[in-house]
Design a protein around this ligand. Structure first.
Ligand SMILES: [Zn+2]
Length: 113
């Protein structure tokens, strides 16, 4: 049975999006917010530099997730959700359930590694 509206995935993705945005907000990196200005004395220490690097890395991952989520939501709207971006075959439902933002079918995903 094919559910063309993908209502469940849409809700899942919206919730996931909220979580990601909230995490970004806690890091001070939510889209649309000014980049945090670091206190200069604090930023001089190696520990602060390392911490900033970790925040950058984490924020980068979160922004990638956000992009994946937005793309998946756009695909639901466009009616192309659940199709592999590489070969165009359907992505298996269990894979989509485990990873609602999957862009590739299992075959293409395994070939890319
Ligand atoms: Zn594929």
């Amino acid at each position: 049975m094919t559910e063309l509206t993908h209502a469940t995935e849409r809700v899942q993705l919206a919730e996931e999006r909220d979580r990601v945005v909230e995490q970004l907000r806690q890091l001070g990196r939510a889209p649309g917010t000014e980049e945090l200005s670091y206190d200069e004395g604090f930023a001089d220490t190696a520990a602060a530099t390392a911490e900033r690097g970790e925040v950058d890395a984490l924020a980068g991952q979160l922004l990638e997730s956000l992009q994946d989520i937005d793309d998946a939501l756009a695909k639901i709207d466009a009616g192309t959700y659940g199709r592999c971006e590489s070969c165009g075959n359907e992505i298996s439902p269990p894979r989509l359930e485990a990873m609602p933002t999957a862009r590739l079918c299992i075959v293409c995903a395994s070939q890319r590694r």
